[in-house]
Design a binder for this molecule. Structure first.
Ligand SMILES: NC(=O)c1ccc[n+]([C@@H]2O[C@H](COP(=O)([O-])OP(=O)(O)OC[C@H]3O[C@@H](n4cnc5c(N)ncnc54)[C@H](OP(=O)(O)O)[C@@H]3O)[C@@H](O)[C@H]2O)c1
Length: 170
């Protein structure tokens, strides 16, 4: 399982139920990295999508405590255990570990990070107002920064792409 997140300089990821910044190059990259895959996220994040609708072109799995009817390309699961059962079935149908992509928000990242081995981070150079955060991977001995790109700029926002990986267990 992998995760994708856009973080500010202090690992902030959102404020008042919204993203801190919308950088169109990053949104295009997010689409390319998740297209045709299984995206896993929480109900609050679903509420932030246009019209509260699941993302097209991907199998959406939404964590929500209350049981909901599944829709076309959108399934609801009520717990991490139920999610893992569903992913095991999808693996038998041919999906690989890297096809399972955790896309937020804070509550879901916290619970699913232990199952991830790679995190694609879009890092903003500045810190913005935030009320939810991604775990600080630089402070964690379990993670290392594997690669990072050059700083880019869009409409005054400086950002770069980074890949963190989990240390292999010796
Ligand atoms: N920067 C980024 O890359 C990024 C990405 C995604 C989201 N965000 C931001 O993150 C914020 C939202 O994050 P959040 O932490 O408030 O919410 P969230 O993680 O998106 O969703 C939380 C909800 O998911 C459900 N849930 C979580 N764990 C569950 C479990 N184990 N079993 C069943 N249901 C579970 C619950 O829904 P119910 O209450 O319905 O039961 C819970 O209230 C927004 O500001 C959003 O813009 C940022």
């Amino acid at each position: 399982m992998i995760a994708i997140v856009a973080c500010d300089a202090k690992w902030g990821i959102g404020c008042d139920g919204k993203l801190q910044q919308r950088v169109s190059a990053d949104l295009r990259r997010f689409k390319a990295l998740t297209w045709g895959k299984v995206v896993i996220y929480g109900r609050n994040t679903l509420d932030t999508f246009p019209g509260g609708k699941p993302l097209p072109g991907r199998l959406n799995i939404v964590l929500r405590r209350r049981k909901e009817c599944n829709l076309d390309h959108c399934e609801y699961v009520c717990s991490v255990d139920e999610l893992m059962q569903r992913l095991r079935l999808l693996k038998r149908k041919g999906y690989g570990d890297d096809d399972f992509v955790v896309i937020g928000g804070a509550m879901v990242y916290r619970q699913l990070l232990p199952y991830c081995d790679t995190v694609h981070v879009t890092q903003f150079a500045e810190a913005y107002e935030a009320d939810c955060y991604f775990p600080d991977l630089d402070a964690s001995p379990e993670w290392y920064l594997d690669s990072y790109g050059q700083w880019l700029k869009e409409k005054g926002v400086r950002f770069r792409y980074m890949v963190y990986r989990r240390h292999a267990i010796a």
